[in-house]
Design a protein around this ligand. Sequence first.
Ligand code: NAD
Ligand code: WQD
Length: 340
Amino acid sequence: MEKILITGGAGYIGSHTAVALVESGYQPIIVDDFSNSEKNVLEGLKKITGQSIPCYEGDCNDRSLLEKIFSEHALAGVIHFAAYKAVGESTEKPLKYYGNNIFSLLALLETMEKFGVENLVFSSSCTVYGQPDELPVKESTPRKVAESPYGNTKKICEDILVDQVRSQAKLAAIALRYFNPIGAHPSSHIGELPIGVPSNLVPFVTQTGVGIRKELTVFGDDYNTPDGSCVRDYIHVMDLAEAHVKAISYLRGKNAPFYDLFNVGTGTGNTVLEVIQAFEKVSEQPLNYKIGPRRPGDVEKVWADTGKITRELDWHPHYTLEDSLRDSWNWQLALSKKPA
Ligand code: NAD
Ligand code: WQD
């Protein structure tokens, strides 16, 4: 069975990708420092997959830990999720973000080179497009100056991969630019675990739904969109997980040096108010919300052109917006039942 290292594998997207890898016959190995995740994620993974996924607790910046993992396992590839992702915090603590997100990629690339592991899938983000001039946004659409240090780390990491491949290094890499991941595994054994007050829409919605938050504020209804609220491309996390499996399998058929990048979204944009309506439908209850001012730095509208990933990786999203919100809601209900 081919082994794939998942850095940040206890996190939101990494844990769902571990499930998708097992379902496709790969053996995932996790490394995570649990700076933004909890150890009981591993129990959730065991309930879903029926197996204990090997997990190393530690920091991906720690080269000796990486070397230990690479010497204990013959890896067919690596999926690099480990990073800090809070956009707001990154503007207050830029060095924390540049330090972790960039140095962990460097440590990983050096270790991969040392052990002759060629295949890498990297977590990038639609944040690199900012407010694009054309919609839907294609991979060839120019990137914009990053709005946040977090967004800049994604641009810099993409550039590092391009330069490393241009240098003729033995690296075959794919950057996946995720749009807005939501949802949870349909079993409700794993899902998103926001720490503190969520800044992302869907966790705020579901927390409001169970009464942890009093009220959701819609950040602006005077944008140039169908109902005035912002438009995003919300993608179910299991569809996103599947894109990683497709990317890793695709890389197995490529010779290093190789680099490519793909959007991962549904290809459809939905407004904030449409998300609220869909949530009210699946949760069968009204949501307490009000319209507030715009959030500084928000992009008005963005959604993906998914033609490239569909054509080249044969990847298709399967879940609808309602499916995604139903799984987010069931996950929230399961979390609320768990003892604190
Ligand atoms: P997450 O915080 O849930 O998962 C990241 C995991 O990495 C966490 O478990 C954390 O403990 C771990 N981690 C962080 N730094 C580490 C380090 N130095 N060593 C070891 N482990 C470390 O985040 P997520 O939502 O699963 O995001 C995964 C990746 O996808 C990130 O790179 C993020 O920037 C990117 N991304 C996320 C979104 C999103 O909206 N969730 C969108 C686009 C891109
Ligand atoms: C979605 C929409 C808000 C909360 C962020 C990162 C980006 C990427 C994806 C990692 C927006 C509105 C939100 C609320 C609201 N992550 N909203 N009330 O802004 O698309 O992007 O996640 O790479 O880098 O910036 O996602 O979930 O924060 O917001 O009205 O309480 O919901 O204005 O229109 P966003 P989000």
